[in-house]
Ligand binder design. Structure first.
Ligand SMILES: [Zn+2]
Length: 281
């Protein structure tokens, strides 16, 4: 680190658990942020301010006037601009020393796989199941840590699927992929603005901890937030031994690993509707 960086990151370096070594790891890290919307905005802003050396933003949408209520990467002047381009401007204003790559597309298949292979940590900040499952499969395949968040109405959830660890469940263990899953999206249902800030900021915190190699991640724990009552619940969950993605006949670890039906279709959960009352152990 040069003098300028020592100054910029001094309040991190002062932290005993993080220090110069942790900050060096953050600076050397590559975070892939899938979705530059409500969750991706605060997540990317904190990753950038904290000095993650390379951040790739992936989003196929343009900034819409209705996004501004919560998507704090964007401004009214940038309505109509690609979200990833708008995000790149915002991150560059906070920290011009890092590299920000903008992918203006809804990534899937080989392109997504190739990008995830280069990541040190992946943040799922998207708003649809098919992308969530595609990102999960790629993270299982390449043994990457996935920090997954969701927010709808007044309810949020966050967990970490640390696929570098043999005992960590994957996203599919908790939310098996099914054909008839209920898609609940903010565009239709509404979302409380600061909820996306709370969950997205926590995603940044988990990603920074993983990059720095400090603390205990949320792997194996799902946190559920009800902002109307302002109450958190923590649900522990284990790897599903029959998981079609990370289980013993793992589609996620073989070369041709793209979709196949879930082992337990009845146990699907809506990603944006954190109702796991039937799943608590
Ligand atoms: Zn799994």
């Amino acid at each position: 680190m040069n003098d300028h960086q020592l100054l910029r990151y001094s309040r991190h370096i002062l932290l005993d658990d993080l220090g110069i070594e942790g900050q060096e790891r953050i600076l050397a890290g590559h975070a892939v942020v899938i979705g530059a919307g409500g969750l991706g905005s605060p997540a990317a802003l904190y990753l950038a301010s904290a000095g993650v050396g390379r951040i790739t933003l992936v989003d196929g949408d343009e900034v819409d006037f209705t996004n501004l209520q919560r998507q704090i990467l964007h401004t009214q002047a940038r309505v109509g601009m690609a979200k990833v381009a708008s995000g790149r401007v915002a991150l560059g204003e906070i920290n011009p020393d890092i590299e920000v790559l903008a992918r203006h597309e809804r990534l899937g298949g080989e392109a997504l796989d190739a990008l995830i292979a280069t990541a040190d940590v992946v943040l799922d900040c998207c708003d649809n199941f098919s992308t969530r499952h595609a990102v999960n499969r790629a993270c299982v395949h390449h043994r990457k840590a996935l920090v997954s968040g969701a927010a709808i109405r007044f309810d949020g959830q966050i967990s970490v699927y640390d696929m570098a660890r043999d005992d960590s469940p994957c996203y599919h263990c908790l939310f098996p992929e099914t054909e008839d899953v209920e898609e609940v999206r903010c565009a239709v249902m509404g979302v409380f603005a600061p909820l996306t800030g709370i969950i997205g900021t926590m995603q940044a915190a988990e990603a920074l901890k993983l990059l720095a190699g400090i603390g205990e991640s949320l792997a194996g724990r799902l946190l559920l937030l009800d902002t109307l009552e302002m109450e958190w619940r923590s649900v522990r969950f284990k790897k599903d031994p029959a998981c079609a993605v990370c289980g013993p006949t793992p589609v996620g670890q073989a070369p041709g690993y793209l979709p196949r039906p879930a082992a337990h279709p009845a146990e699907s959960g809506a990603v944006c509707r954190p109702d796991l009352s039937g799943r608590q152990g």
